[in-house]
Design a binder for this molecule. Structure first.
Ligand code: ATP
Length: 266
């Protein structure tokens, strides 16, 4: 087993602004993500979710504002973070094990194999990516990210291309590994149900800022059949679709959630 797992990093984001030419994408984003917290970012297509993630990864620079990692200001590439994308980005000419080894210093096949074991794919180490299913490719991508023992895992819609069942299995795997390793996680997703299933907090980006910051007060593992689960999904979706204003959202949701939480108790 990988033994030297480090704990998550605190990510403090202040007044972050980002534009592409005249297009303002982020316009004063403030958020504090606690070490070890799992946060999901949702919002309409084009609202700036991936842009936000790329800024936290240090792949792009902001026009204004700051990102601090354990109070140290991020400059350049975020070395505490690893990223996982929707398409996995495996190199097709390299075997699975060699894909996981990318970026590791020296010969680290043993470590890579341990990481593959954690995602249940140790027996596919010598296959090429083309021999794997979509879900298996994403498992390899996860192993490749986690082999570096990141303090922060950035997930850019990593399950978006998977079928519903594989998606559920991957959600469980990500949650299990996050619980074990205690890294901080930021997941961008279009799927509000996925966000409510896996995250401690769901954040909505709208008009370049954070329009909703919803803690999910449900015990883990979460049951989708729980009425409170369904209520979180429904209310967050209504808010995204602008069927609830920010003001309307807060009050009835709070009341409903209290009564449901009292009656159901998870
Ligand atoms: N490199 C770029 N150059 C110019 N415009 C960009 C660039 N990257 C993103 N944008 C624009 O910034 C806005 C936000 O894009 P982003 O990819 O962050 O949105 P998103 O919320 O992740 O969208 P989706 O959910 O569809 O993936 C969009 O209007 C997009 O066209």
């Amino acid at each position: 087993m990988l033994s030297l797992q480090r704990n998550g990093v605190n990510v403090q984001i202040n007044s972050l602004e980002k534009s592409y030419g005249k297009r303002e994408v982020l316009n004063g984003v403030n958020v504090n993500i606690k070490a070890g917290e799992f946060v999901a970012i949702v919002g309409k297509s084009g609202c700036g979710k991936s842009t936000f993630l790329r800024l936290v990864a240090g792949l792009e620079d902001a026009e204004a504002g700051s990102i601090q990692l354990n109070e140290e200001r991020l400059q350049g590439l975020n070395k505490k973070a690893r990223m996982m994308f929707q398409d996995g980005r495996l190199l097709p000419w390299k075997r699975v094990i060699d894909n996981v080894c990318i970026g590791l210093p020296g010969d680290q096949q043993k470590k890579a194999l341990e990481s593959l074991t954690q995602v249940g794919l140790e027996d596919r180490a010598n296959d090429f990516p083309s021999m794997l299913s979509g879900g298996q490719k994403q498992r390899v991508a996860l192993a490749r990210a986690l082999v570096h023992e990141p303090n922060l895992l950035l997930l850019d819609e990593p399950l978006g291309a998977l079928d519903a069942l594989t998606r559920l299995e991957m959600q469980e795997l990500i949650e299990t590994l996050w619980t074990e390793k205690k890294f901080t996680a930021i997941l961008v997703t279009h799927d509000v149900e996925e966000a409510v299933a896996i995250a401690d907090r769901v954040i909505l980006i709208e008009d370049g800022r954070i329009a909703l910051n919803q803690t999910i007060a449900l015990a883990r593992p979460r049951k989708r059949t729980n009425p409170t689960f369904g209520m979180y999904v429904e209310e967050i979706l209504a808010r995204i679709m602008n069927k609830r204003t920010e003001k309307e959202y807060a009050q009835p949701f709070h009341e409903k959630s209290l009564s449901l939480l009292n009656s159901v108790n998870n």
